[in-house]
Design a binder for this molecule. Structure first.
Ligand code: SF4
Ligand code: SF4
Length: 314
């Protein structure tokens, strides 16, 4: 194992005073990198395993200082007004930007149209920020590790939560659980609450929507069901056309009953992450999907509750 002091993970955000994702007031640490590539992802900056360039077209004035500063000739100008309207003045060759170590363009931009998301941090770096917030962790407040998926850095995140427990800080793990069982087993003694998604029960449909199968996820959830079902809160994102069929919801309800999971949160689809996909140089692939209405959410909750599970609509 690498020296603990030298362990590093790519973090894209640390949010203090959060009242989401666990009890009390929390510090949320967001890890960058995820095994899944969900089409509807609201945090697309958490998907890739490298620091990425964020480009805000509304701030860009087309001065091209960034192009002059870039040593890799990764910036070109759009000339067609329709392209400028849609994408902004400049286009980035993301295959070059995703390998860039210097990000000279960011310093060259006087309009703050460019920034980098993702910073390599040590466990000590993160613990310093957690300790700074620790005076507000009353009533079971604490730290929530999220992403992306924290378990793509298994040694780092296990050490982080271990240190939190040693200092009496409550811990929550938000993970897709799409990782080898040994990564989950190692961290289990240091987790107070699991917030974990179960999106699609059918494996083929899971692959189509997320790019990856669900067998590891189900296997890890069964292990949690066997060991500590009371610590698990399952989350089901309600994504029209992907996760919201009554057949899928019924299978999830039955899986909860089988594994003694007693709490489920259902989360209605929203488009809040859409502009982030564009700022990262991608495209939002679900522009026409509409948010589910209250009646649909209520019906889904009823199906899950019919399995003796408490279901909260977020
Ligand atoms: S991103 Fe910044 S430096 Fe580049 S063209 Fe736009 S305003 Fe100028
Ligand atoms: S991130 Fe690096 S490669 Fe991309 S435009 Fe900026 S300096 Fe060039």
């Amino acid at each position: 194992m690498e020296n603990i002091c030298e362990l590093k993970a790519l973090i894209f955000d640390i949010q203090s005073f959060s009242t989401h994702d666990g009890p009390g007031i929390r510090t949320n640490v967001f890890f960058k990198g995820c095994p899944l590539q969900c089409l509807w992802c609201a945090n697309p900056e958490g998907q890739k395993f490298v620091p990425e360039l964020f480009y805000t077209k509304m701030k860009c004035v087309g001065c091209m200082r960034c192009a002059k500063a870039c040593p890799y000739e990764a910036v070109t100008a759009y000339s067609d007004p329709a392209d400028i309207e849609k994408y902004g003045y400049v286009r980035h060759d993301r295959s070059k930007c995703n390998q860039c170590q210097t990000h000279d363009c960011v310093r060259a931009c006087f309009q703050n149209a460019l920034s980098v998301t993702g910073e390599w941090m040590t466990v000590n770096d993160v613990m310093k920020k957690i300790r700074r917030d620790s005076s507000v962790y009353r009533n079971k407040g604490g730290i929530t590790v999220s992403g992306g998926d924290p378990l793509v850095y298994p040694e780092f995140v296990t050490e982080l939560l271990k240190q939190c427990h040693e200092e009496g800080i409550n811990t929550a793990l938000e993970s897709e659980l799409c990782v080898p069982a040994k990564s989950l087993k190692a961290i289990m003694p240091h987790v107070d609450l699991y917030l974990t998604d179960l999106k699609i029960f059918n494996e083929q449909k899971h692959i189509e929507a997320t790019g990856y199968g669900n067998s590891l996820i189900l296997e890890n959830l069964r292990m949690l069901g066997h060991n500590c079902p009371e610590k698990v809160c399952l989350r089901v994102p309600v994504i029209p056309g992907f996760t919201d069929s009554y057949e899928n919801i019924d299978s999830i309800g039955a899986f909860c009953e089988e594994n003694q999971f007693s709490k489920v949160n259902i989360l209605p689809y929203h488009k809040l992450g859409a502009t982030k996909h564009e700022r990262l140089g991608g495209e939002y692939l679900m522009p026409d999907v509409q948010e589910p209405d209250d009646g649909k959410m209520r019906r889904i909750a009823e199906i899950i509750e019919s399995y003796g599970v408490e279901c909260i609509i977020n």
